[in-house]
Design a protein around this ligand. Structure first.
Ligand SMILES: [Mn+2]
Length: 416
């Protein structure tokens, strides 16, 4: 950072309806650096100055204490994170110019999410107005998301412990959902099994659960979860639990009545081959582009073998004909945000993988129910198989290996 300040906001409560609010979810970067979940709080880090770490916390009203319970208070929070100074949030307007005076730059998240940008800009104006008195305004606002995304790319022991726990709970929930599946249920009953399991383990979902039976599985972000589970259909579940903000991200597909039909099985095996090829490519100095290419190759071959497309595999790849059945990319970074913050490209090329990176591998095939050009037995199939992978010097470690994905394993588990 150099002689600069990093200004992070915890974020506030978001209205759900009228005068009621969503459960508070702290800003990921704020939590990553502080471990605090304090609505309205602000952190200012100045590595080369004193005080280096200053915390601002809103003063709690008596009414808020009655309704929501007492908050820990300024001094307790200051001690908890080892801050050098702490002030009520109301003092930010007065303190911020003092804390930014003479610095070269201010780092803060630019763009979406909680931010103190208006307060920082006001502080800069205050400092400029006092220039003749010797105060100096920073001249550079920088996007803290780059800095923090890099910080969060390599998962340290603490981050990995949280991720493993999140993934363990996520996997248990998928197994429970598989065991609970039977024709006649509704998607929301499977969602209840999954999210009920998260609750029993003391946590909740890291993102909105996708539970899609039949053609609902062809909708990439299907979250209505209202449809029926019919015998003969496949069920797609994309759900993950959060643990200390880190989240699992798992997708599995299984047959509602316990056994894959022949066409379903052929399509499933295509996606599974792409998933396994993608995982095998998650090695040091490989890249998400390389993983995507090998998985995509398998999918293109499969689209031809299944009779979805008649062009050559090269033509399917080059003319992007596959996008009709596979419109998304194969991987994203995974961490304290389900789509984690790190950069995907460095100086215009796909970022080389390094030990400690965690990523998903999630190829899929989605055949619209009304696709008259597809073989009838494949219409309305949606298949995605998603694993979470840690890059290590010894090769890819599949963190989600405990959740079955081979046809025989799934059918055995379903008791068909
Ligand atoms: Mn994912």
């Amino acid at each position: 950072m150099g002689d600069a300040a990093l200004v992070l906001a915890a974020g506030g409560l978001q209205t759900r309806s009228n005068d009621t609010e969503h459960r508070f979810r702290v800003d990921t970067n704020f939590h990553y650096l502080s471990g605090l979940e304090e609505p309205g709080a602000v952190l200012i880090l100045r590595p080369l100055r004193t005080p280096a770490l200053t915390l601002f916390v809103p003063e709690q009203s008596e009414r808020d204490a009655i309704y929501n319970g007492p908050r820990p208070g300024l001094e307790a929070l200051r001690q908890q994170i080892g801050a050098d100074a702490a002030h009520p949030l109301a003092a930010l307007e007065v303190e911020l110019p003092r804390l930014l005076d003479g610095l070269d730059a201010v780092y803060l998240p630019l763009g979406g999410g909680p931010s103190c940008e208006p307060a920082v800009r006001a502080a800069i104006e205050t400092l400029r107005a006092r220039e003749r008195a010797g105060e100096v305004a920073p001249e550079c606002l920088r996007d803290a998301r780059g800095l923090l995304g890099e910080e969060r790319m390599v998962k340290d022991a603490g981050a990995l412990a949280c991720l493993r726990r999140a993934i363990e709970i996520s996997g248990e929930a998928h197994l429970a959902a598989m065991r609970a599946t039977r024709p006649g249920l509704f998607e929301y009953e499977i969602a209840a099994v999954i999210e009920g399991h998260f609750l029993r383990r003391g946590t909740g979902p890291g993102y909105t659960s996708i539970v899609g039976a039949g053609a609902n599985a062809t909708v990439l972000h299907y979250i209505a979860n209202r449809g029926p589970l019919r015998a003969g259909d496949l069920l797609l579940v994309d759900a993950g639990a959060e643990w200390a903000l880190f989240t699992g991200d798992i997708t599995r597909v299984w047959p509602v009545s316990g056994r894959f039909g022949p066409a379903q099985r052929d399509a499933y095996e295509v996606v599974l081959a792409a998933n396994e090829a993608g995982i095998a490519a998650a090695t040091i100095d490989s890249s998400l582009d390389a993983i995507h290419e090998v998985a995509l190759r398998r999918l293109c071959e499969g689209m031809r073998a299944l009779g979805l497309l008649t062009a050559s595999v090269d033509e399917i790849r080059e003319k992007e004909l596959y996008k009709k059945y596979y419109p998304h990319r194969t991987s994203h970074w995974l961490g304290a945000d389900v789509h984690d913050l790190g950069r995907y490209n460095l100086r215009g090329v796909a970022r080389p993988l390094a030990a400690g990176y965690v990523l998903t591998v999630e190829p899929g095939l989605y055949i619209p129910a009304d696709d008259a050009s597809a073989p009838p037995e494949l219409r309305g199939l949606g298949i995605r198989i998603e694993d979470d992978v840690l890059v290590t010097a010894a090769g890819p470690e599949v963190l989600t290996a405990g959740v079955p994905k081979r046809v025989a394993e799934i059918e055995a588990l379903l008791g068909a």
